[in-house]
Design a protein around this ligand. Sequence first.
Ligand code: PNS
Length: 162
Amino acid sequence: MHSTVICPGSFDPVTLGHIDIITRASKMFDNVIVGVFVNGEKHPAFTIEERISFLERTVGDIPNVRVIGCDGLLAQCAKDLGATAVVRGLRAVSDFEYEFQMALTNRKLNPDLDTVFLASDSSYTYLSSSIVKNVAFHGGDITNFVPACIHDEIFNKIKGVK
Ligand code: PNS
């Protein structure tokens, strides 16, 4: 049976931690769809087009990975795309409560949808998109946080907001 999974997120912006999880997922499943969500609750720093472009330039060359924009409920998007599981990274115990709540909600909405948690690489347990934006906003070095090919674009946009 061919496995199709979705790696959903805001990816505002994508970090090396996200890339680690997507790369791991690509080795475990036949098809990995990276779903970049509009996410109405948050006010993203980057447009959906920018976030998709960052991901395409960093994981777009992995043959079984596809990047798409998503709007609405994850449970419905997964169904429409034929994905049978959601893949999420867990950095620390503090992530668990929110992630568990999301996983159970998604399964309630779509009983065929399971969630698979992958442990982050230990070198990225502290890393988040918010940390990247905060450090860049103050002019700090984000070289170790984001892929080199999109570093300048991220840094300049966030720094330019100041
Ligand atoms: O990278 P994030 O911000 O932690 O990703 C959160 C995301 C986009 C996966 C989550 O907010 C989501 O699934 N949004 C879609 C709307 C939805 O399905 N909500 C109900 C599930 S709690």
